[in-house]
Design a binder for this molecule. Structure first.
Ligand code: CU
Length: 66
């Protein structure tokens, strides 16, 4: 599982945009997005940088959490 902090994710619309970006990078991914803590957990076989790049392309600033 990879986890990102996405501080500029502020509403339900952001959540669905980020979700779409993750699915675009990996259609088999399952994502759990917590708007309260602005964190995104992704179950994926893709590299974290692939998911991160796709979220960034959607206009957000994800940083990888360890
Ligand atoms: Cu929003």
């Amino acid at each position: 599982m990879v986890k990102f902090e996405v501080p500029d994710m502020t509403c339900g619309h952001c959540v669905s945009t980020v979700e779409k970006a993750i699915k675009a990078a990996d259609p088999h991914a399952s994502a759990k997005i917590d708007l309260g803590t602005k964190t995104v957990s992704v179950e994926t076989k893709m590299g974290s940088e692939v998911i991160q790049a796709s979220i960034a392309d959607a206009g957000y600033s994800p940083s990888l959490m360890k």
